[in-house]
Ligand binder design. Sequence first.
Ligand SMILES: O=C(O)c1cc(=O)[nH]c(=O)n1[C@@H]1O[C@H](COP(=O)(O)O)[C@@H](O)[C@H]1O
Length: 236
Amino acid sequence: MTVTDAKVIIALDFDTEEQVFDLVERLDPKTCRLKVGKELFTRFGPAIVKRLVSSGFDVFLDLKFHDIPNTVAKACLAAADLGVWMVNVHASGGPKMLEHTQNQLSQLSHAPKLIAVTVLTSMDQSQLDSVVGNTTLNQQVLKLATITRNAGLDGVVCSAQEASMLKRALGKSFELVTPGIRPLGANQDDQSRIVTPSQAIVDGVDYMVVGRPITKAEDPVAALTAINQEIAAAMH
Ligand SMILES: O=C(O)c1cc(=O)[nH]c(=O)n1[C@@H]1O[C@H](COP(=O)(O)O)[C@@H](O)[C@H]1O
């Protein structure tokens, strides 16, 4: 159930509904997908998700669930009831949580894609060292992506810096969703592992999450168009 083959997922990280719909009303559901994250969902709840879904967009509900298996599976079933296209959990919730959630969703006739976050793109090696010792970013991403693939999920959230490694190790059909996308010259903000849209395509990324380079641009629609053009050029 999808309306587009667009690779860009716009992160709607705004704090008012006016800002959200000022942008969304200027967007075409054929040229992008939309992401509702923790801030928007906490402020405006399921109503804003339903409104975006009924406007014809593929919506990624990014709440990064991380809890015991029963709780996460039930939360993902609730997300499915909203009609979203994609939902995510933290892979570090472990194989049982991943398998149970995937099994529950797969019983639905129209299940959203289920993906798992590996290592947040804001993390660098020293941040990782302070949480998990004796491992590199690539090793930790590969470990979490492997348990995710083995649990039958559709893919992972990772940095595009890990994309070619993961495609080689886990196969082409295991989908990679990559935030931390920055066109050349864009502000890095709080991201650590950043990649340009064209490099992400070359490395095999399936979907890229882009927030501030679009939402904070003087002309967000022009910024999206430029990124879509960069992607199209890299695909040829
Ligand atoms: O799951 C996510 O979407 C996500 C995972 C991750 O590792 N890093 C990450 O930045 N994100 C989200 O992707 C978006 C990135 O936004 P920008 O940095 O503004 O492009 C934000 O909404 C984050 O919550």
